[in-house]
Ligand binder design. Sequence first.
Ligand code: GLY
Length: 544
Amino acid sequence: MIFERAAVAADHGLASAAGVEMLRAGGNAVDAAVATSFALSVVRPYSCGIGGGGFMLVAMRDGRSVCINYRDCAPAAMREDFFESDPDAFASLRGGKSVAVPGHVAGMLHALARFGTMPIARVLEPAMRLAREGYEADAHYESSAKEVMAWLDGQVGRRERFGMLWDLFLQRGLVRAGSRVKLAGQERVFAKIASDGLAGFYEGEVAAAMVAAARRDGGVLSLDDLRAFRVREHEPFVTSWGGRRVLSAPPPSSGGIVLAQVFAMLESRGDELRAIAREQGHNSAAYAHLVCEALKHAFADRARYLGDGDFVKLPIDEMLRPERLRAAAARIEMSRTQASESYGVAEPVRDDHGTSHLCVVDEAGNSVACTETINFEFGSLVGVDGFDFMLNDSIDDFVTRRGVANAFGLMHDGQNLPAPGKRPLSCMTPTIVQEADGSCFMMAGASGGPRIITGTLQAILNATVFDMNADASVASPRFHHQWSPDTLQLEPALLETSLRDALAARGHVVTKRAPIAAVQVIRKHAKGWEAASDPRKGGSPAGY
Ligand code: GLY
């Protein structure tokens, strides 16, 4: 959709509308992003929200840009061997132990204080209204609910153990598209934040309820952890692609670095990439193969070297050294894929269906790309009684058992072991692509675990290499490779073409995956801004 002056693209139309309400009332992109984010907490309660955290990338037209890191962190009682001897294979993924200290509310208040123009009480109004009046669950809500219901039904007692989830969000197994969801408890949390700021969430009744919920289910979250939570600000991670400046999230997200490595490798095979695009076309076997081979190098490095830079030394210079990236790109063979061990850019360094993405651009051209999560659908499954929200299970993004992949199949090295206050490595990739004068060319970001990075990458490549409009950039079928496991995933529309056989002939193990990420994009247009929310998640943009 094209909007002349300002736009918001979230993965739910009501959340996009919440942001536009702020823009129309004179707010800027950050006011709108915060309003959208709180609204998502209500309408996508299984994806993100006040029980989770994220990264907000802000680029103001006056030249200020920052990545606000409110990624959840490990409680003080969580050491690196916390899960090693736990007999429950799901302990880091479901239940009280999987809960990290939520950062969302601190992040929103920080963003608003630094860049916003409106009082928190005004920015919270749309979310409070949605929570009070309720909304209709959509098809995506129904399918997320069904997935988690299937897991609950896998063992006797799980419905009772996660009773708040079962009663409220799953409506005792009856929730369907069209069912009304009202979250009066979440409205009470918003009212406390509106009147008491940080203390309304990190102290008092709400804090006590979060701690009680996590501990009742074996967790270690404490009131001290909540009081100690601090937002971090970073310089955006800056790289380039096709002559444009790309801003993205730095560690503890891996998104910016993986994008930078892939862009550098594709640039060094640029003539070939352009010839493939011209002669063989979008999603041809040669195109998918080249991009996947670059992704395999980057994801291998991600697994080996990345973690929270506040706790471990990250060999970022080595990972981005141009000669090494050129050498890795040169090792890509177009006729075949190679053994897993041959991927990676950096040398070993000795010393050393949740989630939601939103984009906002305001009338002044300020831009915000923001990705947030409670990790898996409905997070830890632990609900906060009386306050109608779910606590995250972000702890599973750490390596919780050495040598064992996490729930996204991602392998990690010791860099990403848990430690008190440490943030788990993330794939969240809020990204802003700027023209030489600093104006926004496009914004992109996604949900979908490791597919966040590949979804964001493909949306940017679709727009820049294939000159697709925002709708096509988002809707086109996608592929995914994350190095480990060594499988190349295709969405069904690609699986049904000759692409599958052509990739298999190059040695790829090709599997089906639907969907591969849900991406939101806003892109500059001759008449203003073009905004697209991914049809895979049923979202819609808004603007004027
Ligand atoms: N929980 C998804 C991510 O941060 O990578």
